[in-house]
Design a protein around this ligand. Structure first.
Ligand SMILES: C[S@@+](CC[C@H](N)C(=O)[O-])C[C@H]1O[C@@H](n2cnc3c(N)ncnc32)[C@H](O)[C@@H]1O
Length: 438
């Protein structure tokens, strides 16, 4: 469960080598598919192999390395190496359900129903799993009962920890409106617990836990002091972009923080705090925006889409966008931000192109939109999907570079650190938690 410094350094050195080898793939914008002739960049044997696969066969091969019997040509060795190396170099994302703890079974169905108020099913799963991990870390840290949740949003995690598990929680968020709504939800849940308490066992203390939650409006930056002046666990759920680095630094620098449990998201919003470790500062793994954006794609959820014909149809949007880009490039509008168009898969290319370019000061003629060249590109939509699928294969490796860098920063500061898959990756793609202990 815990990592050691030397192994993480070696792991990162392999990822560096891998990323350097496949930069041509990770840094290829899908909208440039035809402009930059992506398909032609693939070795012939790869093209031959990929062309014979149906979308679901492609998904099966990418995710599990399995090929059905009716696939006549096996994967070329170099391509199989890419698939397998990406798998081996990525932090484990396979979710293993926990053994139920006593605390977990102590929460009744009725209490659970109250705690789930205003929480979407995906978030319920995340909050349930993360809360019991926090409980475990708090117990291991000598029974800490205070938690600070940074990027607390609507306060769902704080509420579960306080009402469900008896922690004293402080939620910090830069968005005051979210904090205010969190306060309203707290009151509602408090009332529901009071009602439940009056109907059932009067000795249960849940309603007092209302006083145990506080919401602060603060934009946390690296080096900022976090308010409580007692020992606490620092936690966060899907704190976006820079928040991950800020929290990890706070864990290391703040002696009051006794443990860390943080799940990141939106790596493309990273502007600072990468790399954090001395090791990567000395020999970097460069991750430009296009790679960080790719790292947020979920391999598992994407493969489910490849298995569903309706969903596959929707992937045609990538081909439409790439075909439109060839026209835009000719007219001097390369990589312009376009209007997002709903239900593209139900539209013809011409209709899509007109809607998408509505905001631009350009006129597209019928000849430009209905030419043979476009038809040819549109017939190649599955090649666009194949190339894009190869890129998705790299996503977990890029995420691993960011997560391992943060882990290494903790290890370099001589604290204990681990990376664990705590959510089902199909339900919740950003599913790896970084934990730290002092
Ligand atoms: C993706 S939301 C997650 C909210 C919540 N934890 C959840 O899982 O529903 C990230 C939250 O972090 C907050 N945030 C981002 N950067 C922050 C910072 N530097 N300081 C405080 N809050 C921040 C945002 O306002 C947003 O509410």
């Amino acid at each position: 469960m815990y990592l050691d410094k030397k192994s993480v350094e070696i792991w990162l050195s392999y990822i560096r080598e891998f990323m350097n080898l496949y930069r041509w793939l990770s840094e290829a914008f899908v909208l440039d598919h035809f402009v930059n002739k992506h398909w032609e960049q693939l070795p012939l044997a790869w093209r031959h192999f990929l062309s014979q696969l149906s979308p679901s066969q492609l998904g099966q091969w990418i995710l599990h390395g399995r090929l059905s019997e009716n696939v006549s040509t096996p994967a070329p060795l170099a391509l199989e190496c890419l698939r397998r190396s990406a798998e081996v170099l990525s932090v484990d994302r396979r979710f293993k359900p926990r053994v139920c703890s006593e605390k977990e079974t102590a929460i009744t169905e009725k209490q659970r129903k109250i705690l789930n108020l205003h929480v979407k099913p995906k978030k319920r799963h995340e909050i349930w799993e993360l809360s019991f991990l926090i409980q475990e870390l708090a117990d291991k840290s000598g029974g800490i009962r205070n938690v600070v949740d940074v990027g607390s949003g609507l306060g769902h995690l704080c509420r579960f920890l306080s009402f469900g598990l008896n922690f004293t929680t402080v939620g910090i968020d830069s968005n005051a409106e979210l904090g205010n709504t969190a306060g309203i939800f707290n009151e509602k849940i408090h009332k529901n617990f009071q009602k439940l308490r009056s109907q059932t066992d009067a000795s249960k203390p849940e309603s007092e836990n209302f006083e145990k939650i506080q919401h602060l409006n603060q934009f946390l930056e690296a080096g900022d002091k976090i308010v409580p002046n007692y020992e606490f666990g620092l936690v966060g759920l899907h704190g976006c972009g820079d928040l991950g680095g800020i929290i990890v630094q706070n864990f290391v620098q703040n002696p009051q923080v006794k443990f860390l449990s943080f799940v990141s998201c939106c790596y493309m919003k990273l502007t600072q705090g990468y790399p954090l470790s001395n090791y990567l500062k000395e020999s970097r793994i460069d991750l430009p925006y296009v790679s960080l954006e790719l790292s947020c794609h979920a391999k598992e959820a994407y493969m489910e889409r490849l298995n569903d014909s309706d969903q596959v149809n929707k992937l045609k949007i990538h081909c439409y966008r790439a075909a439109l880009e060839t026209i835009l490039v000719k007219k001097g509008f390369a990589k312009e931000g376009l209007r997002s168009v709903k239900n593209t898969h139900l539209l013809g290319f011409k209709e899509y192109a007109v809607k998408a370019t509505e905001k631009l000061s350009l006129k597209l003629s019928n000849e430009e939109l209905e030419c043979k060249e476009n038809e040819k590109m549109l017939q190649e939509w599955m090649k666009v999907v194949c190339f894009y699928t190869l890129r998705v294969l790299l996503a977990p490796v890029i995420e691993s570079a960011v997560l391992l860098d943060r882990a290494l920063f903790i290890l370099e500061n001589e604290f204990t650190c681990g990376l664990l898959p705590i959510f089902d990756p199909v339900k919740s793609p950003r599913n790896v938690v970084i934990i730290g202990m002092k």
